[in-house]
Design a protein around this ligand. Structure first.
Ligand code: ATR
Length: 293
């Protein structure tokens, strides 16, 4: 609270926020307020708990209250869509919205999740996905966002491996038909046969996430090319068992904190048309998650 007051709210302070249910665990308020302070912007970013029964009213409230921007998290990413005036083409493809911009009462929905991963891949790992053979583990919302984003980044091919193979097959068909990217699906048991031809491997499942830190997807890192990059979107712990095993095999790795920071940075850039202070945002996340100074 003192932190908020220290920001010096005025009669003209703009409002940003995040809606979800639950929302109390969200790291976005700390990350975005740190960014706003660092930019010297007269905005505040607040967590807003919205029940699934009140999504329509929440969006009407955004208009009525002149809230400039909202992030949208579980479970509202699909439910908000019918109440917006416009959906950005990438969010349309992904079928979910994680960012809403209010431009004088006109609400546009975006999805910055896949873009957040792409920026982390490029800026932190130094990898351009163009021409690469990518394997994504999982077929949920995060896999959809990353799958479509990479399929449109001129990768050579995409493999989707999922516990429920049917779900991977559905997503693979969708991506293939809508982007023309060669995409196939397999079960987790079938994953091994694709590892030898994988340049970039990405875990989008919750396997390895705190507190289940001893779990990991069934990946034998010895089967990957020695030049492969192993990515995990799980950001807590910072180094999942998958990332640790890959590093022990001498492979390049990319942990999940960057995607979290860059999806937030992209939202801030949409709302305020500024360059987001990503290093401040990452440091805030690290402090919140791991107590780093
Ligand atoms: P998100 O939006 O974070 O992607 P989600 O849509 O609930 O979350 O998707 C979770 C993904 O993690 C799914 O691919 C899920 O596999 P299923 O489609 O078979 O449910 C995967 N997942 C979750 N727990 C898992 C586990 N214990 N083993 C293997 N896969 C798991």
């Amino acid at each position: 609270m003192t932190d908020l007051l220290a920001q010096g709210l005025t009669g003209s302070t703009g409002v940003l926020g995040v809606i979800g249910d639950p929302i109390s665990h969200s790291l976005s308020p700390a990350m975005q307020n740190a960014a706003l302070r660092s930019l010297g912007k007269d905005y505040i970013y607040v967590p807003l708990a919205v029940s699934p029964l009140h999504v329509e009213e929440a969006i009407a409230g955004m208009r009525a209250l002149g809230i400039k921007g909202l992030n949208v998290t579980i479970p509202h990413k699909v439910a908000v869509m019918p109440y917006l005036d416009e959906i950005d083409p990438m969010a349309q493809l992904i079928g979910a919205v994680n960012t809403i911009n209010n431009d004088g009462g006109r609400l546009t929905g975006y999805n910055t999740d896949g873009y957040g991963f792409l920026r982390s891949l490029k800026e932190e790992a130094g990898w351009d996905p163009q021409g690469q053979r990518v394997t994504v583990i999982g077929a949920g919302g995060a896999a959809r966002a990353i799958g479509f984003q990479l399929a449109l980044s001129r990768i050579e091919s995409l493999v989707l491996a999922n516990r429920t193979e049917e779900r991977a097959r559905y997503l693979a068909n969708d991506i293939h038909h809508r982007t023309s990217c060669p995409t196939v699906a397999c079960s987790l048991d079938g994953l091994t046969s694709y590892l030898g031809t994988t340049d970039i491997l990405i875990n989008t499942t919750s396997l390895g996430m705190h507190p289940e830190i001893d779990t990991m997807p069934p990946v034998d890192c010895e089967c990957l090319p020695t030049t492969a990059l192993v990515c995990d979107i799980v950001y807590h712990p910072n180094e999942t068992q998958l990332i640790q095993k890959a590093a022990a095999c001498g492979l390049a790795t990319l942990p999940g904190l960057g995607m979290l920071a860059y999806q937030g940075a992209a939202a801030l850039e949409i709302w305020l048309q500024v360059e987001a202070p990503v290093e401040v945002m990452k440091a805030t996340l690290r402090r919140q998650l791991f107590g780093d100074e």
